[in-house]
Design a binder for this molecule. Structure first.
Ligand code: ADP
Length: 192
């Protein structure tokens, strides 16, 4: 095995949770602890917007409205990212999948290289806490109505993934309330 730890638990992980759950912050910490890359599709798309690429101009308006980018576009972005060397032994996917078709696409991408997901971590927190936290940030898509729209989209399109992964025995729930340190300790416990 090439470098890194080779513990019993696999390290191909999906990080699931509503906007404002603290996922982005925790993904960085957890990925570092596990020695895998944190792959955030939101960050990749924001990078594309900032760089003014074709992908960026396609997704900018969609992102600013709180809606989801289409599944085919996301499939291309994720397939390409997971094909890179650093993701071969493991990864922590943050922000993907966000719909049931995306979950099927991900399973297909991994199966193509003889792999599979090892666990899906769900970081959760009460709705009002999520809105308050998101509004405390200063991002272009963090206006209150956009925040509420992103939460609505999450409930409608992404929350069904909880049952999907639960049925496959992959889901681990973690409480997102508390200090950054307390939550990251819980997360590490959940995937170890
Ligand atoms: P959050 O603040 O909810 O964690 P992200 O940074 O993950 O948001 O994503 C920001 C935006 O990027 C989303 O609202 C959506 O428009 C787009 N996006 C990111 N990942 C996906 C995806 N897997 N499918 C569709 N759209 C996505």
């Amino acid at each position: 095995m090439a470098g890194g730890r080779d513990g019993g638990a696999g390290r191909k992980l999906v990080f699931l949770g509503p906007p404002g759950s603290g996922k982005g912050t925790q993904a960085q910490i957890l990925a570092q602890e596990l020695g895998v890359p944190a792959i955030s599709t939101g960050e990749m798309l924001r990078g594309a917007v900032a760089a003014g690429t074709e992908l960026g101009s396609k997704v900018e308006g969609i992102m600013n409205s709180g809606a989801l980018v289409d599944d085919d576009t996301m499939a291309e972005v994720v397939r390409e990212r997971l094909a890179r060397d650093d993701a071969r032994e493991g990864f922590l996917l943050d922000g993907y999948p966000r719909t049931l078709p995306q979950a099927e696409t991900l399973a297909g991408i991994l199966a193509d290289s003889g792999g599979h997901l090892d666990a899906v971590v769900l970081l959760d927190a009460p709705e009002q806490e999520l809105v308050d936290r998101a509004l405390a940030r200063k991002r272009a898509d963090d206006k209150e109505e956009v925040v509420r729209e992103r939460l609505r989209v999450y409930r409608q399109k992404t929350e069904p993934l909880v049952g999907y992964y639960e049925a496959r025995g992959l889901l681990r729930r973690v409480d997102g309330l508390g200090t950054v340190e307390a939550v990251s300790a819980r997360l590490l416990g959940a995937v170890s």
